[in-house]
Design a protein around this ligand. Sequence first.
Ligand code: G4P
Length: 533
Amino acid sequence: MSQITGEVKKEIERRRTFAIISHPDAGKTTLTEKFLLYGGAINQAGSVKGKATAKHAVSDWMEIEKERGISVTSSVLQFNYGGYCINILDTPGHQDFSEDTYRTLMAADSAVMVIDASKGVEAQTRKLFKVCTMRHIPIFTFINKMDREAMDTFELLDDIENELGIATCPVNWPIGSGKEFKGVYDRNEKEVELFFDTRKGTIQGEVKKVSLEAPELDGLISGEQRAKLEEETWLLDGAGAEFDQELVSKGELSPVFFGSALTNFGVETFLQHFLKMTTPPLPRMSDKGLIDPMSEEGFSAFVFKIQANMNKAHRDRIAFMRICSGSFEAGMDVYHMQGGKKVRLSQPQQLMASERRMVERAYGGDIIGVFDPGIFSIGDTLIASGEHFSYEGIPTFAPEHFARVRQVDTMKRKQFIKGINQIAQEGAIQIFQEFNTGMEEIIVGVVGVLQFDVLKYRLENEYNVEIRMDSLPYEYIRWIENTEIDVLKISGTSDMKRVKDLKGRPLLLFVNEWSIRMTQERNEGLVLTEFAR
Ligand code: G4P
């Protein structure tokens, strides 16, 4: 295969596409908006409050979606900084958490994990982290809110290592926290970056750095803090993991940074280190082997998200795709592998910091949304003409909330089945059936409860079908990997339920983790998984 050269290669090499993951309120939005400030993508110098602008940009978009009763999207923000072209994939949190949140991670080449220094690892981070480790992508940690009282630094690192099972390597080390927060010590440069609470919405103002040996440091941090810093870094040098780029690239070691997004402290340092340590667009697995953007000339992309019903009058949809190789030009004809035909990608758009805009040209690593007349499904591959291949599909993620759904008016059975199947096919919900009965009973599974509302709204508005939902007590679902197993013979707990998914694959529903363990113990060799390929 020939090496790609010239402009396309240069453009791909300077791309960095990453997702930000965190538990709600850890500071993801605040950190993102500070990144945008450095990239010049939003107004600078405090003339417009950075935060308000960034939040506004994202939430406007969400409001539109909410109004139309569709699931809230993950948005993509693109900006340039230090010669890099950066794509940030936002992962919605709170009650908006959905399978889209997981799918977004499939389109990223690395992840930034934001942790609240007073709370440590929280539930949502844990869930999203699992998807990152499944993909072995690099994970960078930003421990935020150091300007507030924080947990002990070693405890925070232990928490990440124990809860998430990833080794950590602090690139810098905090001096105090809350009112006593004095800054961070850069372990490589052996200097202290001093904390000032003055840069908040701006990037103006100097970053002050003082060598650890400099006598002036004594006037800036207390003797007690200096002694503590010396002791902690000594301990760290002896016992902590050394920085190892290879382990970082494999997602086995997470570089850790401390800072405060709100006061804009440690953010640029983090951004600079992160950009050096993270990866340009990664090769991806296909049915003809790994496709490397550095050697594959032609355009290729896969669909990771479908946004339905952007315009109710037309029932249109937008398919979001991650470009994996080559370049894209507006109005380009490409081959849709799953559809088996050529399609023109029309109305391509990118969500910028403050607006959606049409894309003229995009490159490997970028995310674009194109108008979808209803032909794309999640996981589909698009390629330029040439040798055909399909990218590895996107896994189905385990829903955590289940309900039995039926139509109120029995005469509307047909519309109900059509609607619910279409919505499931778009990937907004998952549907299951009792293992050994017909289509009468439909069980819907979702990752976030908001998706139930979306389902109800869409069935009523788009298909004119009223439904009844009865929630079910199950919280865990497991696919059965061993296809040879007789599902009816599995000896489980009394509250376990056997169902099958749209593809006919057998699954088990459980009320708690204990039941999963019991079932596994009782059935030797049974392999249960949380993701289905
Ligand atoms: P999220 O996207 O992860 O959900 O979090 P977001 O950035 O919205 O931040 C959640 C809250 O935490 C916000 O306060 C925000 O100002 C605050 N915050 C973020 N980073 C820091 C930090 O480094 N230090 C401190 N002290 N606070 C931080 P809020 O009161 O909920 O919102 P707002 O009224 O400030 O907008």
